[in-house]
Every structure is written in structure tokens, then in C-alpha cells.
Design a protein around this ligand. Structure first.
Ligand code: BYC
Length: 311
């Protein structure tokens, strides 16, 4: 007997309730599929656009060792983008459609990558804070309900953990260095702290997708809960190396067992995600240029594949 849509919906809901993964060939509601394509493709774009602020320092890394480490990290980010694009393609969209959406401004990427990397200490701050925030979010996403996304997260988290440590280690060295180096580390923390908190998205009450995404277990913890976790784990790391978090309202709240912290500048967040941050135009221009420059590689691969098929 043919299954009705109601049967299929029930089977889908039962799987979600039982913590089973939804796999590419399973039936899923169209809105679930669309929501995943949105979040996963934006995640992939973030990884790839996120290579740019760090790429800015490759030619000026202070030592050969630092340069090798940074190169390896940036290549990892490219790899994360590739796993995530591949995982998104299992939902029936092509890489070309996803890239077009990015280029036409229909798809977002993480707001943080629209800030400039001005000094070498920014490379430390990006690893420590940006990868640190990303791990908090991605550990939670290892339990997301869509199988290919959850599995991509497992490997990505392992690599992000190395990225976070390399960033913190740069900050440790600078904070232990000369007065000028310590000031450079503090300045980087001052500029990257608030944008890092914005990575977790709007407050839960303002978050358009959260309620449905939590029901479908696409998201496992809320934007505000993850942000709190990041603050709680990062403040002692700053204290340990004598740096000051740039927030006068930051205070340990014994009753809650968490840090209280100041309010994010949500106008700035909205401006940046609407395309009006310091580097939005530069980031997209650079991505389009790199994509156009690589057109011959895609054409050669397509021609080779067609020839192989006809042999
Ligand atoms: N930036 O309803 P909400 C990395 C958008 S890269 C920009 O809460 P959701 C790394 C949101 O998209 C790792 N936009 O959304 C790489 C939505 O707009 P749309 C990056 C943001 O999806 C290189 C609207 O605001 N990690 O680690 O439920 C070097 C309403 O928000 C942002 C990921 O991508 C933002 N910060 O929750 C170094 C994690 N926040 O789509 C490091 C995967 C919100 O309706 N993504 N928006 O037009 C997620 O976990 C979720 O998508 C979010 C937002 C928590 C970010």
C-alpha cells in the first residue's frame, strides 16, 4: 500500500524523537530541507570567506614556522568548506547554485569575516576567539539531526581545536613579550571580542529560525546558551595571560554560576549582515575574482570527465 504524506511525516518525526539521523535518501519535509540548505551553505561560505582575513598575513608571518602553521590552518578552512558544500549537495542543490546565491547576496556568511585583520596579533585573536566561538557552536552541531552535517562536524571540530590552540599560543607569546607586543595583543582582543559574541546570532527571542530548528534538532542549543558558554570558557583564558576583556559590565554571577556581560551592539550586527561592514564588498569582490580565475580549471575537469565517459 502506498504511503501517504501523513505516514511519511510521522516516520520522520519518530526518527527525530528517537535521535536517529535523517539521511539524504530519507523522506523529509520541504521546509526542513530548505532550512538545512540555508544553514549548511552559509556555514560553508563562512569557512571559505573566513580564509581571507588570515590569508592577509601569510606573506608577513613573523617566522617560517608561523607561516607553515598559518598555511596549514587556512587550508583546513578550505577543506571544511568543501565537506560542507558536499554535505549540502546531498540535499539536491548544486555547488553552482550555492555559489551564485553567495555572489548575488542571497546567502549570508558569518558576520565576523567582514572585519579587517590589521596586525599579527589579529591572527592570534582569530584563532583564539573566532575558532573558539566556532567550536562551541560546532560541538553542539555534532548532534544535529541531519547525518551528513553531523558527520562533517566531527572532523571539523578536531581541526578547529588545533586552530584555537594555535591562536591562543600566539596570544600567550605576545602577552608575555615586550610592552608593545602586549599592547598589540590587547588591541586585537579589544577589536575581536564583540564581533566574536555576534557570531552566535541574535538573542533567542529575536532569532527567526531557532524555534523550528530546535524542534527538528537541526540546532541543539540556543544562540544565547552557546554565547554564554563561550564567555564562561574564554574569560579565564584572558585572565591567565593578563589581558582584559573590553566589557565594563563583565562580572561573575555566583547565583547563576555564569558571567554576566554587557549588551552587544545589535545595530552594528544588522549593518554588517546587511552588507555594510568594513570589508563586505572587498570579501565578495575577492571571492568572485578567485572564482572567475578558476573557471578554466572547472572547464578542463568537465572536458576530461566528458572524454572519459565517451571512451
Ligand atoms: N553572521 O534565526 P537566526 C569558522 C543570520 S567559520 C551572519 O538565529 P540561525 C572559521 C541568520 O543566517 C564557522 N548572519 O539564524 C573559518 C539569519 O539570516 P537568514 C561559522 C547571521 O541559522 C575561517 C538571521 O541572521 N559557523 O569557524 O537559526 C577562519 C537570523 O538568525 C549570524 C557557522 O556558520 C552571523 N553571526 O542561527 C576561522 C555555524 N547570526 O539565513 C574560523 C553554523 C545569524 O534567514 N550556523 N545570522 O538570511 C549556525 O549555527 C546558525 O546558522 C547560527 C544562526 C547560530 C549562526
Amino acid at each position: 500500500m502506498a504511503e501517504t504524506t501523513e505516514d511519511l511525516e510521522q516516520a520522520f518525526e519518530a526518527k527525530i524523537a528517537a535521535e536517529e539521523k535523517i539521511e539524504p535518501k530519507d523522506w523529509m519535509p520541504e521546509a526542513y530541507r530548505k532550512n538545512l540548505v540555508r544553514q549548511m551553505s552559509q556555514h560553508a561560505h563562512s569557512e571559505v570567506i573566513g580564509m581571507q582575513p588570515e590569508g592577509n598575513w601569510l606573506t608577513r608571518a613573523p617566522t617560517l614556522k608561523r607561516k607553515c602553521i598559518l598555511l596549514a590552518k587556512i587550508q583546513d578552512e578550505g577543506g571544511h568548506g568543501l565537506y560542507l558544500y558536499s554535505a549540502t549537495e546531498t540535499l539536491g542543490v548544486s555547488r553552482e547554485e550555492l555559489i551564485d546565491a553567495l555572489h548575488e547576496g542571497r546567502a549570508k556568511y558569518a558576520s565576523i569575516f567582514n572585519y579587517p585583520s590589521l596586525t599579527w596579533a589579529d591572527i592570534g585573536a582569530i584563532g583564539w576567539l573566532v575558532d573558539g566561538a566556532a567550536i562551541v557552536n560546532q560541538i553542539s552541531l555534532q548532534r544535529t539531526s541531519y547525518g551528513p552535517y553531523a558527520r562533517a562536524m566531527v572532523r571539523i571540530c578536531k581541526e578547529e581545536s588545533f586552530h584555537q590552540r594555535q591562536g591562543y599560543e600566539i596570544m600567550v607569546e605576545l602577552a608575555r613579550g615586550s610592552d608593545a607586543q602586549k599592547a598589540m595583543a590587547q588591541d586585537a582582543l579589544n577589536r575581536w571580542w564583540w564581533p566574536s559574541l555576534m557570531m552566535f546570532g541574535p538573542h533567542d527571542a529575536e532569532s527567526a529560525h531557532s524555534a523550528q530548528s530546535m524542534l527538528w534538532k537541526i540546532k541543539r542549543q540556543s544562540n544565547d546558551d552557546l554565547r554564554q558558554k563561550f564567555v564562561d570558557q574564554t574569560v579565564p583564558q584572558a585572565e591567565a595571560i593578563g589581558l582584559r576583556i573590553p566589557d565594563d559590565a563583565l562580572v561573575w554571577n555566583e547565583a547563576r554560576g555564569h558571567y554576566d556581560f554587557g549588551e552587544i551592539d545589535w545595530d552594528e550586527f544588522q549593518r554588517v549582515i546587511r552588507g555594510d561592514g568594513l570589508c563586505n564588498r572587498q570579501r565578495l569582490r575577492h571571492h568572485k575574482q578567485a572564482h572567475d580565475d578558476g573557471a578554466w580549471v572547472r572547464e578542463a575537469m568537465a572536458a576530461y570527465a566528458a572524454r572519459e565517459e565517451n571512451v
